[in-house]
Design a protein around this ligand. Structure first.
Ligand SMILES: Cc1ncc(COP(=O)(O)O)c(C=O)c1O
Length: 388
């Protein structure tokens, strides 16, 4: 089976750091490689502070907590995202408000501006939802499939309206955003806090793991405090508030460190794979490949969209490719349609529904062999000849 997105640790792996964690009993969250990995992440992203966390989901949960999200608040969330993005809001007893995405699969900013203009009001410099009267405390910006989102007007408006920005950069380590003609920055540099995932299918993996990065030291200090049981007195074990056990272990961090050394190569591999799909399939009637021509994406996962007729559609393409031993995956089912989330407000959602119906994720592992990608492309072309 050609897999969708498998980890790449089968290179000339220098396991010295991993052996060292085992030999030196540096296994736990208190082990030395946690700090070393955090430092390496700040160096790579040029974001000043980092906290290594035990998953991307935990990172989102704790990031929202750090900015003070609670039951009185709402958080704006694009409906086309992995479920963890929405769940992190619920973990904090707050309510999500779901927004649409556009052709890029990222937030539809025009609809966001309309929502703020028509559906909210300001009181005491804070932003409230006209419908629910709840304060809109934050927005989570996702970088879907590694394709970055940045919009200076949106960032400025959020600042003016006291809406904090959390980036869900789970899929986007190595992705950049364009600030202006002269400035390109790694994602995560402009928001309050940015959350990354190092789960097994991500561009680098620690097995399970994640991180929160921020240019605000106070935020990262608070993340570390909450993520290590909110301990105020290490000798007498005193705790000032409810805390959690959410840090990454040193053993996982050691793997992350080795993986991070390989990211320049992984980024090149991902880009090569993406441009091959784009070149071979995008021009064919009936297909389109989601494309970031600015080359700011880490090209984590490739998405093909189909015209969608009775036989020529994503579902049938998946079945066809499965028979040829090629794994594909549907894109996330929209959050606003999930049975336990459909009671929350969803603002004029249209395009996300179309994306879900028409799209499929294609194999994008960094070590995808050229012959295997050729096979995938040929089979997709054959499917088109059969059914379009
Ligand atoms: C967009 C998005 N958000 C959050 C997560 C959650 O990360 P994790 O699986 O590390 O908990 C993922 C990854 O699976 C994701 O793709």
């Amino acid at each position: 089976m050609i897999l969708l997105n498998k980890p790449n640790i089968n290179f000339n792996l220098k396991i010295n750091t991993i052996i060292d964690t085992l030999k030196s009993n540096e296994l736990s969250t208190a082990g030395k490689y946690v700090g070393v990995f955090e430092k390496a992440l700040t160096k790579f992203t040029k974001i000043k502070y980092a906290s290594a966390i035990n998953s991307g989901t935990s990172a989102l949960f704790i990031a929202l907590k750090v900015i003070g999200v609670d039951k009185n608040h709402e958080v704006l969330v694009p409906t086309l995202t992995f479920i963890a993005t929405a769940n992190s809001v619920l973990y904090n007893n707050a309510s999500p408000v779901f927004l649409d995405v556009d052709d890029s699969h990222n937030l539809d900013k025009e609809k966001f501006f309309k929502f703020i203009k028509n559906e909210t009001f300001i009181r005491n410099k804070l932003t409230f939802n006209k419908k629910t009267k709840k304060q809109i405390k934050a927005i989570i910006i996702t970088h879907m499939w590694g394709n970055s989102f940045f919009d200076i007007e949106l960032y400025n408006l959020c600042k003016k309206r006291n809406i904090k920005i959390i980036e869900d950069a789970a899929e986007a380590l190595g992705s950049k955003y364009i600030i202006n003609k002269k400035k390109i920055e790694h994602v995560g540099n402009r928001s309050d806090l940015a959350c990354f995932s190092f789960n097994g299918n991500k561009i680098i993996t620690t097995g399970l793991g994640g991180a929160i990065l921020s240019n605000n030291k106070k935020y990262i200090d608070k993340v570390n405090f909450l993520a290590t049981q909110s301990k105020t007195d290490k000798i007498r074990f005193k705790h000032s508030e409810i805390g959690y056990n959410l840090k990454l272990s040193s053993l996982n961090a050691a793997l992350g460190l080795e993986q991070l050394k390989k990211i320049p190569k992984f980024l090149k591999d991902k880009q090569r794979i993406h441009f091959e799909y784009y070149k071979q399939l995008n021009h064919l009637e009936g297909f389109s490949i989601l494309h970031d021509d600015k080359k700011t994406s880490n090209y984590w996962l490739n998405i093909i969209s189909l015209k969608n007729t009775k036989k020529f559609n994503a579902e049938n393409l998946q079945k066809y490719l499965y028979k040829k031993k090629i794994e594909t995956r549907f894109v996330w089912y929209c959050c606003h349609k999930q049975s336990y989330l459909n009671k929350f407000q969803a603002y004029k959602i249209r395009h996300s529904n179309i994306v879900v119906r028409n799209s499929l994720c294609l194999p994008s592992s960094t070590d995808l062999k050229v012959v295997h990608q050729k096979k995938i492309i040929n089979e997709i072309k054959k499917f088109r000849n059969l059914y379009l």
